[in-house]
Ligand binder design. Structure first.
Ligand SMILES: Nc1ncnc2c1ncn2[C@@H]1O[C@H](COP(=O)(O)OP(=O)(O)OP(=O)(O)O)[C@@H](O)[C@H]1O
Ligand SMILES: [Mg+2]
Length: 231
């Protein structure tokens, strides 16, 4: 014992937990919620640290209360097409691991990926999860196969989905970024019971992805810009 008083740090430097104090953003919250209700996809742009991730986490929390299946996929660490496939599979497995029957269903569909659970005191519930590739498939065909499996899950028309892809602009920097965009777009455009929120903080790259005529995601989503929070 040191006798030093311990106090919880009242400031959050990371993404805000959904139960932490939250300022403003009512308008953007309502807009995102209503786009999700109407299965409309959104590109959400702002400079770094303006609160994109915290805001969509809150919107997804609300959507879950309403019965939506909300998946959050952060691709900020991805540097290849395999990474993107793996992060998509991980996002789905991490949602499915909440319920055993759902986990079994996902394992039956995602044949190339298996979940790996390990004990991790810093993770929620003391367990962290990654996915392991269990097929010989690589590159674009792995992403194709992963998206095919995803489509199969989304075919359950009784469910409504909202999928966040955080730091979406990362894809544009890949060696075969254009092909990755094309594969994702091809699948996403047929998913009718689903909305996507594509988040990013590099205005030019993100804007080119969605506003240039020769790009796969051309005019596929509503643009929403997060302004700076008022003091
Ligand atoms: N509405 C809010 N009220 C109070 N604090 C907030 C709010 N939104 C975000 N913050 C705080 O601002 C910081 C940045 O938030 P967040 O990580 O959500 O931003 P971001 O736009 O996703 O950033 P990055 O581009 O780095 O991913 C965090 O410390 C978070 O706790
Ligand atoms: Mg963020």
């Amino acid at each position: 014992m040191t006798g030093r008083a311990t106090m919880t740090n009242p400031f959050y430097l990371r993404v805000l937990p959904v139960d932490a104090p939250f300022c403003g953003r009512e308008k953007e919250f309502d807009a995102l919620l209503s786009h999700a209700h109407s299965n409309t996809s959104v590109v959400l742009y702002s400079p770094r640290r303006y609160g994109k991730t915290s805001l969509v986490k809150r919107v997804q929390h609300q959507l879950e209360q309403e019965g939506f299946i909300a998946l959050y996929i952060d691709i900020s660490d991805a540097s290849s097409v395999e990474d993107v496939a793996s992060l998509i599979a991980r996002g789905i497995y991490s949602f499915a691991s909440k319920e055993e029957s759902l986990l079994r269903k996902v394992m039956g569909v995602f044949k190339s990926w298996r979940p790996v659970f390990s004990s991790d005191p810093s993770a929620t519930g003391g367990v962290s999860m990654t996915v392991q590739l269990v097929s010989q498939n690589t590159g674009m065909s792995l992403l194709e196969e992963t998206m095919d499996s995803f489509d199969q899950l989304l075919q359950d028309k009784n469910e409504q989905f909202n999928i966040v892809i955080d730091e979406f602009q990362e894809i544009a920097g890949f060696r075969d970024g254009g092909k990755v965009e094309a594969i994702l777009r091809k699948h996403i455009q047929h998913q009718s019971n689903c909305s996507y929120f594509f988040l990013g903080s590099r205005r030019r790259i993100l804007s080119d992805m969605f506003n240039q005529k020769d790009r796969p995601f051309y005019k596929s989503s509503v643009n929403l810009e997060l302004p700076v929070l008022a003091e």
